[in-house]
Design a protein around this ligand. Structure first.
Ligand SMILES: [Zn+2]
Ligand SMILES: [Zn+2]
Length: 97
């Protein structure tokens, strides 16, 4: 089974991941940082969600991780109707012995 990689990143307005060092208040922004626009949670399956806060993004990530977990476990409740085995027709069977 493929292990999913889930990430939470802070992103710029254009959607690129911000890896700039920044103070919690945003006061000491690095010169080449265009500014943080929000948070995004991504998964190696291609899923992506954006959130306004880190907590929100982490919540989205948890929910998505859960979705993968539950998807791995079959939860189908289909009623399996057993196929009746046709009774062998003994009338046409060659007599044994
Ligand atoms: Zn940045
Ligand atoms: Zn995923």
């Amino acid at each position: 089974m493929v292990r999913r990689v889930l990430r939470v990143d802070v992103v710029h307005e254009d959607g690129s991941v911000c890896e700039h060092r920044i103070a919690s208040q945003g006061a000491f922004r690095e010169a080449d940082c265009t500014g943080r626009a929000g948070w995004t949670a991504t998964c190696s399956c291609g899923w992506r969600a954006s959130a306004a806060s880190r907590a929100g993004a982490e919540e989205e990530r948890s929910l998505h991780a859960l979705a993968h977990t539950t998807a791995a476990v079959p939860v189908r409740t289909l009623t399996v109707v057993p196929t009746p085995t046709p009774a062998p027709c003994t009338a046409d069977a060659p007599l044994a012995g």
